[in-house]
Design a binder for this molecule. Structure first.
Ligand code: CDP
Ligand code: CDP
Length: 220
């Protein structure tokens, strides 16, 4: 039994996926963190982000581990903790380019399928229901208006005491959605059999409960 949660940036995928996993004692797999980790490594090593085969050669030298502690999921690149670094603006603005390459995606997807093989996993991303786990028992496509998604990110950054510009965030989020939806290989798309949940007016627990109910329905 696996749960696939896809959708655009800031729809609440990772927050909800984490909560669902916690409540059902499932494993949470943040696939976006894997693409972010490669982007971080590529920027640091000055690899040409337009070149899929160079990125793939780099990826083949990297181990990316998602380690769960009681509070959060920590991300390790060849045993180095890069949990904070992968959320930087520089990584965020380049990750869609890095993840558009087929050479990168085929390897990432292989790693993701291996992680999900244990069963009882919640994966969030862009192509989980359509490509990574087309047979996932529960598929959710989580959306919200771009205004609401930018508002959430804005609040999140402000709460951390970080600089944030709402209008700029809105532009960046829309740009990333456009890149993720228009790439040729495994673009962001709702799977035909996914249930769409618009979270614009829903709280985090409301969305999580809806997914848990769906999961329980499929279990009996
Ligand atoms: O949390 P946020 O929406 O900012 O993004 P994320 O889930 O961390 O994903 C970052 C980026 O990785 C996305 O904008 C996509 O370009 C890429 N990604 C992907 O292509 N496929 C996935 N399964 C997950 C992420
Ligand atoms: O993973 P994704 O980019 O889809 O979104 P996220 O990082 O889980 O959520 C973005 C922000 O929206 C977080 O600060 C969440 O706490 C918040 N959020 C919310 O306020 N209401 C929801 N229904 C879902 C998320």
């Amino acid at each position: 039994m696996n749960i696939a949660i896809d959708g655009p940036a800031g729809a609440g995928k990772s927050t909800v996926a984490k909560l669902v996993a916690e409540k059902l004692s499932y494993l949470y797999i943040d696939t976006g963190a894997m693409y972010r980790s490669l982007t971080f490594a590529a920027l640091r090593q000055r690899v040409n982000l337009e070149n899929g085969s160079e990125l793939r050669t780099l990826l083949d030298t990297l181990t990316i581990d998602l380690k769960h502690d009681s509070e959060q999921v920590k991300v390790f690149l060849n045993n180095e903790d890069i949990t904070e670094q992968i959320r930087s603006n520089e990584v965020t603005s380049n990750v869609s380019l890095v993840s558009s390459h087929e050479e990168v995606r085929t390897e990432m997807v292989e790693r993701q399928r291996l992680l999900a093989k244990v069963g009882r996993a919640v994966l969030d991303g862009r192509d989980i229901g359509t490509y990574v786990l087309p047979k996932a028992e529960v598929k959710v496509f989580l959306t919200a208006t771009v205004e609401e998604r930018a508002r959430r990110r804005h609040e999140e950054l402000q709460a951390k005491g970080l600089q944030s510009d709402y209008e700029q965030l809105k532009i960046e989020i829309a740009r990333r959605d456009e890149l993720d939806s228009s790439r040729v290989f495994a673009p962001l798309r709702k799977a035909d059999d996914a249930i769409e949940i618009d979270s614009t007016h829903l709280t985090i627990p409301e969305v999580a409960d809806a997914i848990i109910d769906l999961t329980k329905e499929r279990t009996v």
